[in-house]
Design a protein around this ligand. Structure first.
Ligand code: ASP
Ligand code: MG
Length: 445
């Protein structure tokens, strides 16, 4: 079994859907294809919910009509056979009647938001299935809400998902190709929910894990994970191979192409993931697997909206339990800490900007003098840095000659070195590091 996930741009227009069909028709053996909503749809749906919660029902319904137009246009471009076009129009009618109904019955107390934001995946899958049927590719559309469930903590309920997914696949032994909606799930109480923005990647890797798939292919619009952020730096190149840990760090620290937690399910089951480009299927992409590859820096990512907090206290001197008190504050506010450095009398930590920041600071002030630095960015360098690989820090600090560093974190894992800088220096720093630490030779060659 293979899992293939296609992101929003991959299914973002009739032409792009044709490319996806070309990729799918060459699959050998069994596969589940996970689709995102056509690009822009989920953003619109989130915006529609926002308008509804502000009482702007008319504006919300106008947005729904725009979406309906976009899908109607796609259907007209995509399908050729008269019967299929009228079937697609019937599907759109049903889907948009439901969406309008959800808008009309929206109250601040009901769960319509969760119902609304996942509709894009459902519409896209139905239209796409009809289209590939026209191209003589037969498939079975299976409903994510029948088998993707989260537990009381919002984590995937693997036991349930495994049982349900296997039951569904085994009930159709003659079918080779299944299609399903990414992102959507039910929660522990059976209510409609979702796996968070970008969650279709997560759907794919959860399925890969419970079905012990041969591979999970994540198809997007770029040739794999790049060594640096292509939005800010020229001359970046796709990385050939990454270990699960390296990919996890990059996804968490801002590499936009992967959902931050989607590596976890495949890592424990040792299922490889490959990141591929729908618009350049020949490109090798990035393979994420259980590799222990060569030493050195492979890639970096940057995360913005970081706040650094420095806590200084005489009471910390030769004392124990002080760090526990500090972390208890963050735990109480369910706030996760990314970086930490300590000296004998002071601790610095970083957090993402947090709605309860003022209350967190109030509690921390009880423990010592605090200083707060806003508008910070973490640059996370990822690679294989064993303790005896020499000169790594020297090379990094040399490349940062022109940038003030607020914090460095080295040694927590052998895969990650984090630097904290003022966000206004980020683009410069990314470019400097690129120039000094990466060769422009693509390491896949
Ligand atoms: N459509 C959802 C989003 O835009 C899920 C996804 O694309 O992965 O966040
Ligand atoms: Mg995505």
């Amino acid at each position: 079994m293979k899992i293939l996930k296609f992101g929003g741009t991959s299914v973002g227009s009739a032409d792009n859907m044709r490319r996806v069909a070309d990729i799918i028709k060459n699959i050998e053996g069994k596969a589940i294809v996970v689709l995102s909503a056509m690009s822009g749809t989920t953003n619109s749906l989130v915006n529609i919910c926002k308008l509804l919660s502000e009482g702007e029902q008319k504006l919300a319904l106008e947005q729904v009509s725009l979406l309906e137009k976009k899908y109607t246009h796609t259907v007209n471009e995509l399908l050729n056979l008269k019967n299929n076009i009228s079937e697609a129009k019937q599907i759109l009618k049903e889907e948009f009647t439901l969406l309008k109904e959800l808008c009309n019955t929206f109250t601040s107390h009901n769960n319509n938001t969760n119902n609304i934001v996942i509709r894009g995946e459902f519409i896209t899958c139905r239209i796409f299935q009809l289209f590939i049927q026209e191209s003589n590719i037969s498939s079975n559309l299976i409903h994510a809400l029948d088998f993707i469930r989260t537990d009381k903590d919002g984590h995937p309920d693997y036991f349930y998902i495994k049982e349900k997914t296997n039951a569904i696949v085994n009930a159709h032994p003659a079918d080779n190709l299944f299609i399903t909606q990414g992102y959507a799930c039910i929660n522990a109480y059976g209510e409609i929910s979702n796996l968070g923005r970008g969650g279709s990647d997560f759907t794919a890797t959860i399925l890969g894990s419970v079905l012990n798939a041969e591979i999970v292919e994540i198809w997007t619009d770029i040739d794999g994970l790049h060594n640096n952020d292509p939005r800010f730096v020229n001359d970046t190149y796709p990385i050939c191979e990454l270990s699960y840990e390296e990919a996890e760090e990059l996804a968490y620290f801002g590499a936009k192409i992967l959902h931050p937690t989607c590596i976890k399910p495949v890592k424990s089951e040792n299922v490889p993931v490959v990141l591929k480009n729908t618009f350049n299927p020949e490109a090798k992409g990035t393979l994420i697997h259980n590799s222990s590859e060569k030493e050195g820096i492979k890639a970096l990512a940057a995360k913005d909206n970081i706040i650094a907090i420095n806590i200084k206290s005489g009471g910390m001197m030769m004392a124990y339990g002080f760090l526990r008190k500090i972390f208890a504050v963050f735990e109480d506010f369910k706030c996760s800490v990314d970086m930490i450095t300590t000296s004998e009398i002071a601790v610095s930590v970083t957090i993402e900007d947090h709605p309860q920041l003022e209350n967190i600071l109030k509690e921390l002030r009880r423990l010592g003098d605090i200083r707060v630095f806003k508008n910070q960015s973490i640059i996370c360098l990822v690679g294989a840095f064993s303790h005896d690989s020499k000169g790594t820090i020297a090379r990094i600090s040399q490349s940062m000659n022109e940038t003030s560093l607020r914090m460095i974190s080295y040694g927590a894992s052998e895969n990650n070195i984090c630097l904290l800088i003022d966000s206004e220096n980020k683009v410069d720093a990314l470019n400097q590091i690129n120039k000094q630490l990466f060769s422009t030779n693509n390491n896949c060659a």
